[in-house]
Design a protein around this ligand. Structure first.
Ligand code: DGY
Length: 315
């Protein structure tokens, strides 16, 4: 059977696939034309967040196609409705990247709160004039109210990691999450209430039509003055122009971002702001996590092509 890897897959997963299937790998950078040519006759397509999987690609693959296996927990790049209509499976890689992503969210909170990148730049440019009593003042996590927008696996892991900081935890979620709320001592609020009380706001939702630009000029205006926004989910959850304005003119003090609306492009406005910490979509970027994602991604393909239920289906 033929498996088409749209770009690349770490060896931990690729080897499992090549041992069993006829595997074709598109390589980097992504070549859409290559994918369209090679998808024809594929039984499985391995995609990732940068690979749009729409009706035309599924049609191009043909009737033998069984599964689209995404090398990511997010699957907003896949037209799941089209997958469902065709009776195919789509899978993702949850759980294995929960900790890595949550750790990055906490790192961004601290980097933005304590002005790590801004002051590192000042130091490296030789602009530091020596210690001063009120220089480079930041904000501590301890004692802060942290608002988790989305209280799924990653949001809850952030809550766990913050235990030692003794923060006040509040969250929003479409589900009541009563058990998790009690376990983490977190209070469920609606988004407006959360924004009004949170010193740190960390985003952990899937990108859907409902969550696209859920952080916009209107919602940002409800943030507590001096709040810090952290985004490790998807760039399009935030309206970038509104974010830049809130960072320039308030109410936000800073932002720590791992994801952007039109990756890999990042608006120059954001880059020029001293109160942003910007990293290039590295939430899951540790050797152990990427290997575990690749293994799970391959296991999903193997299961479906063996006529079994995949370990982590989204359709
Ligand atoms: C995901 O898994 O959705 C991330 O964006 C990449 O790890």
């Amino acid at each position: 059977m033929k498996v088409v890897v749209a770009r690349t897959l770490p060896a931990a997963g690729l080897q499992k696939l090549t041992e069993r299937f006829d595997v074709e790998v598109g390589g980097l950078p992504f070549d859409r034309q290559w994918l369209y040519e090679h998808a024809a006759g594929a039984h499985a397509i391995v995609a990732d967040p940068t690979v749009p999987v729409q009706r035309d690609l599924l049609d191009r693959a043909g009737d033998q196609l069984k599964v689209v296996s995404n090398f990511a927990v997010g699957f907003d790049n896949i037209d799941t409705e089209a997958v469902r209509e065709r009776g195919l499976r789509a899978t993702n890689t949850p759980n294995v990247l929960t900790n890595a992503t949550a750790e990055l969210a906490v790192a961004l909170m601290q980097a933005a709160g304590r002005r790590i990148v801004e002051t590192d730049g000042i130091f490296r440019r030789g602009e530091w004039v020596g210690w001063e009593p009120e220089q480079f003042l930041g904000r501590e996590l301890s004692g802060a109210t942290v608002g988790l927008v989305g209280f799924g696996r990653i949001g809850q892991r952030v809550a766990e990691l913050l235990t030692g900081f003794e923060v006040e935890l509040v969250f929003t979620d479409a589900q009541p999450m009563d058990e998790a709320a009690a376990r983490h001592g977190a209070q469920r609020l609606d988004l407006d209430e959360l924004l009004a009380v949170s010193d740190y706001v960390s985003l952990h939702v899937n990108l859907t039509p409902e969550t696209k630009h859920m952080v916009n000029a209107e919602t940002l205006a409800r943030c507590k003055p001096g709040a810090i926004l952290v985004n490790t989910c998807r760039g399009s959850v935030v309206d970038t122009a509104a974010l830049v304005d809130a960072l320039k003119n308030g109410p936000l003090a800073a932002a720590g971002l791992d994801v952007y609306e039109n990756e890999p492009a990042v608006p120059e406005d954001l880059v020029q702001l001293p109160n942003t910490v910007l990293v290039p979509h590295v939430g899951s970027a540790t050797r152990a996590t990427r290997d575990a994602m690749a293994t799970l991604c391959a296991d999903n393909v193997i299961a479906v092509l063996s006529g079994e239920d995949p370990p982590t289906p989204v359709v």
